[in-house]
Design a protein around this ligand. Structure first.
Ligand SMILES: Cc1ncc(COP(=O)(O)O)c(C=O)c1O
Length: 368
């Protein structure tokens, strides 16, 4: 049986031509294509500066460091994300402070965030995640950032091109980070980018990703080798041109799934809001009954790829339990982690694959 994959990059002639151009040039390391990619991504986003990195994780690490996050700093974040978000805080020696999510959006809950900020005035920064491609409530978030004088960093690894009231995510915070891993809305194989409107922050990131040097072989600070290479950027230059088209297709696929799954009383489809544009990195539904494992098995047996993002709140991961987070329990994320499952929504899906997904999901109850 052929499986419909949960994610699938779309690569065509432009990517191949660019890769061949890099191979023929012999300049495989960081070079002209990386500069072109940074510029194109910033133009797309309407951001001032972009520094490409060799992963989103690396980007998060240096963005936080360049924004001044240091050992012992307390930084609020969501417990419902890929581990990389919070690990980047650990790399800086910072202390993650977890705030619960909102059930219908899967993103950090602004009301609970404010309670935390009121109760703990030493919080220095906020690391938000626009999870699954859905923008956080940026009106409320920005109010809190101003009121509590926080450094805001956006993890946009899953939200390329998503916008809130017409403004693209990644342009709200002191800095933002995108990932170009192959499952993402666009890819460079591995890769990431830090974007910012702050020229000094950009310069610090540039230095941090090159072993702390601004002039070759002079090293002022401890840095890393986090540079993107020309092969990766060659893919990025081709992919960024298609990102709008990919996102339109993702949104159309999600609309089709919503239309045909909305009425099922045992499943909650993703929330759509008029004030923001969701780019559906993942199409995540929530099961109202305790039947997720059966549903996942059924989908796989029916040839439909699915995934559980994420089965554990970050603070329940052994790594975090060891670091003293073992006693935390936030009710919404606990419940959510048990109920969510993601279905294919990527732009390579055909109409007949979409129909198959709908038909299978709708038949689940009859099959039991
Ligand atoms: C929310 C989130 N943050 C960070 C990352 C890390 O990105 P990368 O895999 O490029 O290191 C990812 C993706 O993998 C992610 O989904």
């Amino acid at each position: 049986m052929i499986m419909i994959p949960i994610a699938q990059p779309i690569l065509d002639n432009k990517e191949k031509e660019n890769i061949i151009e890099v191979l023929d040039s012999g300049m495989l390391a960081e070079g002209e294509f990386v500069r072109r990619f940074e510029e194109a991504f910033c133009t797309f986003l309407n951001a001032e500066h972009g520094v490409a990195t060799n992963s989103g994780t690396a980007g998060l690490h240096v963005a936080l460091k360049a924004a001044g996050i240091e050992k012992g700093d307390r930084v609020v974040t969501t417990p419902f994300s890929f581990i990389a978000t919070t690990n980047a805080l650990l790399y800086c020696g910072a202390r993650p402070v977890f705030v619960d999510i909102k059930e219908e959006s899967y993103n950090i809950d602004p009301e609970k965030l404010e309670q935390k900020l009121k109760a703990e005035p030493d919080i220095k920064a906020l690391l938000i995640v626009h999870l699954f491609g859905r923008p956080c409530s940026m009106d409320r978030i920005m109010e809190l950032v101003d009121k509590y004088n926080l450094i805001l960093i956006e993890d946009c690894a899953q939200a390329h091109g998503a916008s809130f009231q017409g403004k693209k995510v990644g342009t709200f915070g002191r800095a933002a980070v995108f990932s170009f891993y192959p499952t993402k809305n666009m890819t460079t194989a591995e890769g990431g980018i830090v974007v910012t409107g702050d020229r000094d922050l950009k310069k610090r990131v540039e230095s941090l990703i090159r072993h702390g040097s601004t002039y070759k072989y002079y090293h002022e600070i401890l840095g890393y080798n986090y540079r993107m290479n020309n092969l990766e950027a060659a893919l990025g230059v081709a992919q960024i041109e298609k990102l709008e088209k990919f996102n339109r297709k993702r949104r159309a696929n999600a609309a089709f799934l919503n239309e045909h799954l909305r009425e099922l009383d045992w499943l909650q489809t993703p929330k759509e809001d008029a004030d923001r544009s969701h780019v559906y990195h993942l199409y995540t539904v929530s099961l109202k009954e305790n039947s997720r494992d059966k549903f996942a098995d059924y989908l796989k047996e029916s040839g439909i790829g699915c995934g559980i993002y994420y089965p554990l709140p970050v603070y329940r991961q052994p790594l975090y339990k060891e670091r003293g987070y073992g006693n935390i329990s936030l009710p919404v994320v606990e419940k959510t982690a048990q109920k969510v499952i993601s279905l294919p929504v990527h732009p390579a899906l055909t109409k007949s694959e979409l129909r198959k997904i709908v038909e299978c999901v709708r038949n689940f109850k009859n099959s039991q």
